[in-house]
Design a protein around this ligand. Structure first.
Ligand code: ATP
Length: 455
């Protein structure tokens, strides 16, 4: 196994590769950018879509006790009173009277002094920090043409509440009874005091959350179950297990709604950080919404007559943080013909492009045959055609976006209807009949996979 110290990845390298290859880049750059907003380019969209698709797959396709939802971002403002976000969704904020910067009081060790960036806030020679005060992270806006108190609404800071608001509907039309889950993927918004570390902490980000409703007596067991299931999901998609851990929250870290939370943490280049939280929310949310809406949100078992407010186990993941973890874990460099190659050793299921079809030369019928192969493969997977430049450079381009297989069409292809398949990680080339190429790639795509960085 490769020792951790040999891992060549740094956040700077990830940021620069993402920009170079149009994966993720700062938003609104023509106007000088807007702090901590990022846009996903073509390959970034494909990659993040694959992450989300695998999440949906694990919850919907591979089991039958979870159903899907896509709720509105702007919800009735009472939602946030009931959920406790208006009163309690705050971070402690401190100002520096000297440099006028603002910091999160509980994350000073991650911040930089405005005057002496090598020091943490509070440790520079002239730092003069105020006492901490609570700062609410919700973005406010107004709905309708009249701006008055009644028109204030909030951009949701988490997708979870949309699930609780719809719980009763789901009891009626999904024909599910506890234990069952409702899953949702979508944008959330938090006016973070100190966003940063690329897409790790943004003000606008995407969450993948599931609320799993269980009989209260089963809550602890399901909490254990989902902690392990979510950890395993990352490992199955190729994250090295020595870069992943489950960490239980200390009592003083727990959110207002949670009786127990464990984070799935990943060893990012910036250190161990939360990738996903798995919380036991008890019946906090349903109790609150029942109270504020005057609706009965109990589950009633028609057979036994038993009624209760289910407890909720919530695995709450970030699509951007997960994408960043997959990128960091995949990033590698090696030497080919005396040159350093940058390669993303992504799980093939996550790779933005599965196969690149490359004619060796731009003549002799090779481009035409290559295009036929593209047409055949695109029925089954995301493929790309590239005829520009030396073959070595085209391979490197694909390596940098993590394409697992490059298909080369050469003069022999026109004679015996075979192509070479180059493997991104082993660099081995294998001749494969064009007729069986799609099946061959599909089989490789479905095969169990572990990171070559482990060997
Ligand atoms: P942190 O302690 O890092 O602020 P959190 O505990 O507030 O995170 P949760 O409320 O548990 O985060 O949100 C669930 C998931 O949503 C997180 O594990 C993370 O993956 C993602 N997430 C939360 N805030 C952000 C953000 N500002 N930018 C990107 N992803 C985020």
């Amino acid at each position: 196994m490769r020792a951790m110290a040999e891992d060549v990845v740094t956040m700077e390298k990830i940021v620069s590769l993402c920009k170079r290859r149009g994966i993720i880049f700062p938003s609104s750059e023509i106007y000088g950018g807007i702090g901590s907003s990022y846009d996903y380019g073509h390959y970034g969209v494909l990659l993040k879509n694959n992450v989300k698709a695998q999440w949906w797959r694990a919850l919907l396709q591979e089991r039958d006790d979870v159903v899907a939802l896509d709720s509105a971002i702007i919800q009735h403002p009472r939602t946030w009173e009931a959920s406790g976000h208006i009163a309690g969704f705050t971070d402690p904020l401190v100002d520096c009277r000297h440099c006028k910067r603002r910091y999160r009081a509980d994350k000073l060790e991650d911040g930089q002094c405005g005057e002496k960036p090598s020091k943490c806030p509070g440790q520079g020679p002239n730092c003069d920090l105020t006492e901490a005060r609570n700062f609410n992270l919700m973005f406010q806006t107004t709905v309708g043409p009249v701006q008055d108190e009644g028109s204030t609404v909030y951009l949701r800071p988490e997708t979870a509440q949309g699930i609780f608001l719809n719980f009763r509907h789901y009891l009626q039309f999904s024909r599910k009874k506890p234990p069952f889950g409702i899953a949702q993927v979508g944008k959330s918004f938090r006016n973070e005091i100190t966003p940063g570390n690329f897409v790790f902490r943004m003000r606008e980000f995407e969450q993948m959350e599931m609320e799993f409703f269980v009989p209260p007596a089963e809550a602890e067991r399901w909490h254990e179950y989902w902690k392990q299931a979510r950890y395993d999901w990352y490992v199955r998609l190729g994250i090295r297990s020595d870069h992943l851990r489950l960490r239980a929250h200390e009592a003083d870290e727990l959110s207002h709604y949670s009786s127990a939370t464990s984070d799935v943490e990943y060893l990012y280049p910036i250190g161990w950080q939360e990738l996903e939280g798995v919380a036991n929310r008890g019946d906090f949310d349903l109790t609150q919404h029942a109270k504020y809406s005057n609706q009965n949100l109990e589950y009633v078992d028609t057979a036994s007559g038993e009624r209760y407010l289910p407890y909720v186990i919530e695995p709450a993941a970030g699509a951007d943080r997960a994408t960043l973890a997959f990128l960091c874990d995949a990033y590698d460099e090696d030497q080919i013909d005396g040159e350093t190659r940058t390669v993303l050793r992504l799980h093939p299921l996550l790779a933005p492009v599965k196969a690149a079809v490359l004619p060796l030369v731009k003549k002799d019928g090779q481009p035409e045959l290559a295009r036929e192969i593209v047409a055949q493969l695109r029925e089954r997977m995301q493929v790309e055609y590239d005829e520009g430049g030396a073959i070595g450079r085209r391979y490197r381009r694909q390596d940098e976006i993590g394409t697992p297989w490059s298909i080369t069409v050469d003069h022999q292809s026109l004679e015996d209807a075979t192509v070479t398949v180059r493997d991104r990680d082993s660099l081995q080339q294998q001749r494969v009949a064009i007729a069986s190429l799609a099946d061959e790639l599909e089989a490789r795509l479905r095969a169990p996979w572990s990171s070559p960085k482990l060997s």
